[in-house]
Write a protein that binds this ligand. Structure first.
Ligand SMILES: [Zn+2]
Length: 412
């Protein structure tokens, strides 16, 4: 009996240590720079070696990708797995007419699409009326019930009373909102409650389209925003702010948020202020690109409408200001799995391919506090993708996903 146990122990340990996987490619973007003929060795869920092909050690299995580019698993900076494109079903109808169960089931499928598009981590920016279904989807992935990316989730998100939608109902009628309304001192308990229910970070709407004629106008005061930031910080969490107006961005920046989402009407001054305060910009170009087509009748061709020209200007000013740019498209507004669209627009609007590749890997990882992701480096987690062609020559090469590995497990 004792011998049998010993045998099982030996077999178990041999199996445990023997699985080394070598992955090599003609080009390797390691999260920082492009290398030629490099590779990695993966053991369990970690990268144990990175370097030139001919200097890598032995492995039990090898995969070579001639003509391909290996890189860290991409990180989506702004997703909503609980939303799908508004030209299929409007946002109001998704929030008001679909059950939370339906939305969660659909959302889990959407999460999977992000993974197979090469995005091994997503920062999901609010459940938009689906409560904590994002926390449940994240948990289902971690428990292996469904396939999906690593998730950082916001939960319900916080809005100022009276500002957020759905709107346009009889005032006596309480409609479920797309986020949780709170103001003043109550922001402390709401922030803590959202954290307690699973939010990895807190999202707040620093402005919204509630001005005259539905123009975007600031919502919370700086003091209110500071209260949220301070409360979240004591639990070790960041706050991220939706803000389209320069004033909303200014308040959020001075309150100490980590990133500002959208920034459509940013000025060079406020972008410089963000840079000084170490606040990153998530420009969500692809969302603007999509909604301008859904609702303003734009055909996607020239001449480009004002909203698109504003986003082009935003990238120009952002580059001039030196603010950190994270990559996040607001995917969900446009189809899940089409995440690369944001990266294509970043290049189209004036960023270099290498800057965009850094944004979607090492920069996103650093800004989001993912300390062992975003770089192909010894000891880092084995989140790796291989794409066809060279994305530093043509960013759309990122669409041709050849292999996806998350946590050392191959999905494609
Ligand atoms: Zn969003």
């Amino acid at each position: 009996m004792r011998q049998l146990v010993l045998l099982i122990l030996i077999c178990g340990s041999l199996k445990g240590i023997s699985q080394r996987t070598k992955i090599t490619a003609d080009k390797v973007f390691d999260g920082l720079a492009m290398r030629e003929h490099w590779g990695v060795i993966v053991e369990k869920n970690k990268i144990v070696q990175v370097g030139p092909k001919d200097q890598l050690g032995e492995a039990d299995q090898s995969f070579d990708f001639p003509g391909g580019t290996m890189m860290p698993g991409m990180i989506e900076g702004h997703s909503h797995v609980l939303l799908y494109p508004y030209d299929q079903t409007g946002w109001n109808d998704q929030v008001l007419k679909e059950s939370r169960s339906l939305r969660a089931i659909r959302g889990s499928k959407m999460a999977t699409k992000n993974l197979y598009a090469g995005f091994t981590t997503i920062r999901d920016l609010g459940s938009e009326g689906a409560g904590y279904a994002d926390v449940a989807i994240k948990q289902s992935i971690e428990e292996g019930i469904i396939e999906g990316p690593r998730m950082l989730v916001a939960g319900r998100a916080i809005v100022a009373t009276g500002s957020y939608g759905p709107k346009g109902f009889h005032p006596d009628f309480d409609v479920p909102l797309g986020a949780e309304a709170a103001d003043g001192e109550r922001l402390i308990s709401v922030t803590r409650d959202q954290i307690g229910k699973g939010a990895d970070f807190v999202k707040v709407y620093a402005d919204y389209r509630w001005g005259p004629d539905k123009t975007a106008m600031p919502t919370f005061s700086i003091d209110e925003l500071k209260l949220i930031v301070e409360t979240a910080a004591s639990s070790g969490r960041d706050v991220v702010a939706h803000a389209a107006t320069a004033e909303g961005m200014r308040r959020a920046t001075l309150a100490g948020v980590k990133t500002i989402e959208h920034g459509s009407a940013a000025t060079l001054e406020v972008l410089k202020l963000m840079k000084e305060n170490n606040v990153a910009l998530c420009p969500t170009l692809a969302a603007t690109h999509a909604v301008t087509q859904y609702f303003d009748g734009w055909d996607g061709q020239n001449p480009e409408p004002e909203k698109i020209l504003n986003k082009r200007q935003l990238i120009k000013d952002a580059l001039k200001s030196g603010v950190t740019i994270v990559a996040g498209g607001d995917v969900g507004v446009f189809p899940h799995g089409e995440n690369v669209r944001e990266l294509e627009l970043m290049v189209d609007y004036g960023m270099s391919e290498i800057e965009v590749l850094k944004s979607v890997t090492s920069i996103n990882a650093e800004v989001f506090g993912l300390s062992s992701l975003g770089i192909l480096k010894e000891g880092f987690l084995a989140d790796i993708v291989v794409v066809g062609g060279d994305p530093t020559q043509n960013i759309s090469a990122l669409r041709e996903v050849k292999m996806v590995m998350k946590d050392g497990k191959r999905y494609k």
